[in-house]
Design a protein around this ligand. Structure first.
Ligand code: ASP
Length: 321
């Protein structure tokens, strides 16, 4: 069985990013790391966790060290992992204590009886397991936050003066999401190992300027990630829309119907476009035969994969593979 892996570094408007080259370099390096794990007999779970951890550590993607800031300038991170061979799931939400939420998600999967642990409990679990702390946001993350706030407040500065605006202006959150889906540089990976076992992982800081405590699709199995004995999938984009579509579970269902990964991806994108509209999301997937696919309805999506022995890290891949 030929092991294979594909990574994503987020779907969105990549042309707006000042750090696209650095993000692309990070995805390239982490694709290699993930593939090396598989080549050294690591499992699919080992490979996706290694690849996602590498992207969390890069500082130039919206996960781990590079996570975007919420409305109040804080951070809360989400991540998930699923082992398709056993159906085991681990996810964490609103984590603040570690730079590697994907490692914490794996701990939930392997060392607890639960599927999702959030907030203080997740932070406690990170501490008890000695995970490395989350360092302060790098300067470019602060800059991006300030720019986003400035853009949001154009013409409506009174909003920022009163936090109660969240209660008074119900369209506000929606506006934040629409105005700020510039670069959805959340990260994810899916892999199949030499035993044909599939796994999916995802990690994110969420959407920039989110309401503190908001949880997206990334820790929700079936939405931001999913793996079975047939497929593994990781999604990125507007979490609320991804949850409405249960995108990754939908793809798996389509695969079981069509037995064709490209057809399943096309059907999933068609469904998504109809259900929640364009410019909402993208996803990567792999099947038990090692075929890979990507699809997105945003301006671009950063992906990393192998073509023969060459690593490709592309920001605007042109077609479903
Ligand atoms: N899906 C992530 C979330 O909504 C964001 C992203 O993919 O960039 O939390």
């Amino acid at each position: 069985m030929r092991p294979n892996i594909i990574l994503h570094g987020g779907a969105g408007r990549w042309s707006h990013s000042k750090y696209a080259d650095k993000a692309r370099e990070a995805v390239m390096k982490c694709t290699e790391k993930g593939m090396n794990t598989l080549r050294n007999n690591g499992s699919a779970v080992d490979a996706v966790v290694e690849a996602v951890k590498c992207m969390e550590d890069s500082g130039y993607l919206n996960a781990g060290v590079g996570s975007v800031l919420d409305f109040m300038g804080g951070r809360s991170l989400d991540a998930g992992v699923m082992d398709g061979a056993t159906g085991r799931i681990g996810a964490v939400a609103s984590v603040t204590a570690t730079r590697n939420p994907v490692v914490l998600a794996r701990i939930v999967m392997e060392k607890t009886d639960h599927h999702i642990i959030g907030g203080k409990g997740a932070d406690l679990l990170a501490f008890l397991n000695g995970l490395p702390p989350l360092p302060p946001p790098p300067p470019h993350v602060w800059e991006r936050y300030q720019e986003a706030v400035r853009k949001l407040l154009e013409g409506k500065p009174e909003i920022y003066k009163r936090i109660t605006c969240f209660l008074e202006d119900y369209g506000f959150i929606k506006k934040i999401i629409e105005k700020t889906l510039d670069v959805g540089d959340t990260v994810g990976a899916v892999a199949v190992d030499s035993h044909g076992r599939l796994a999916a992982a995802v990690s994110t800081g969420g959407v920039i300027l989110k309401f503190p405590g908001r949880i997206g699709d990334s820790p929700i199995p079936g939405a931001g990630f999913y793996a079975s004995e047939y497929t593994a999938c990781s999604a990125t984009g507007i979490g609320e829309k991804i949850m409405e579509c249960m995108t990754c579970k939908y793809l798996d269902t389509m695969y079981r119907e069509t037995k064709d990964l490209v057809a399943a991806a096309e059907k999933t994108l068609e469904y998504v476009n109809k259900a929640v509209g364009e410019n909402t999301m993208g996803f990567i997937a792999i099947d038990k035969n090692g075929e890979i696919v990507w699809a997105y309805n945003t301006e671009a999506m950063l992906i990393g994969y192998y073509e023969g022995n060459n690593i490709k890290a592309l920001i605007k891949p042109t077609r479903a593979h």
